[in-house]
Write a protein that binds this ligand. Structure first.
Ligand code: 3PY
Ligand code: MG
Length: 253
């Protein structure tokens, strides 16, 4: 464990691979939480329901495919500790995501805990409402313009930046976004709005350099360890190093 660990900074692992085994492996790497990606990863409904209990070493959140009450309810019914809702554009869309996350009177979630089929005890609605987390993703120019309204929606626990979509929308690059310290720049606008609203700011970092840059700006939850990237990067480096091993001498040489 890092000796300089800051308890105010939460580090997330992020699984794309859509299997219980990959999710379980990632749940044991020391991250504070794991996100199963059902938007751009390989998690369909059945894969999510299989992976959620397999990865229970840490709280597991689901990035749902869209801002849909059905998808949000299904992930939570399967045992997710929270949801990350992509492409939220304004306060109304954030309110819809928040309502789908909690049972009445706070929201409009429908009762049907799938986790009970695995023999897990059901969580009473008020307790589930208190524990669950709703993060909404801000990743467009429209969402940045509405970020104060989004961050201040009751039941929005985190505003989570998707730097890749945000960079595309703003016609820049992720590097350009991270380097932008001009007054009113989008990343500071998110952190400032979250501070004003008393909610937290998170972001997809995908690596250490971006994570450092985002933490310096005040983002307190960062997704850094992505299974597809880990296999690809570590595998490429290892194969490359193995190519440097001298070939075995032939007996007749
Ligand atoms: C983005 O950067 O747009 C994301 O959604 C990260 O997965
Ligand atoms: Mg995105």
């Amino acid at each position: 464990m890092s000796e300089t660990r800051d308890p105010a900074l939460r580090i997330a692992a992020w699984s794309m691979l859509g299997t219980p085994a990959a999710a379980s492996l990632l749940s044991h790497i020391g991250a504070d939480l794991l996100v199963l990606d059902a938007q751009h990863g390989l998690f369909d409904d059945a894969a999510l329901i299989a992976a959620l209990p397999a990865a229970s070493a840490v709280p597991v959140h689901v990035r749902v495919a869209s801002n849909s009450a059905a998808l949000i309810g299904r992930a939570l019914d399967g045992g997710a500790a929270g949801v990350i809702v992509p492409m939220v554009q304004d306060g109304d869309e954030a309110a819809a995501a928040a309502a789908a996350t909690r049972y009445p009177p706070l929201g409009a979630r429908s009762w049907g805990p799938l986790a009970a089929y695995r023999g897990e005890p059901t969580t009473p609605p008020d307790e589930a409402n208190a524990r669950v987390s709703c993060a909404v993703m801000v990743e467009s120019a429209r969402a940045i313009a509405a970020v104060d309204a989004i961050a201040s929606v009751p039941g929005v626990d985190m505003v989570f930046v998707g730097p890749f979509d945000l960079a595309i929308a703003l016609e820049t690059t992720v590097t350009g976004l991270l380097a932008d310290h001009s007054p009113g720049n989008p990343l500071d606008a998110v952190v400032d709005a979250c501070r004003r609203a008393g909610t937290s700011a998170g972001a997809f970092a995908g690596g250490l350099d971006a994570a450092r840059a985002l933490a310096e700006r005040g983002f307190s939850m960062l997704a850094v360890a992505v299974d597809t990237q880990l296999i690809s990067a570590a595998g490429t480096a290892l194969v490359d190093a193995a190519r440097g091993i001298p070939s075995p001498r032939q007996e007749h040489e």
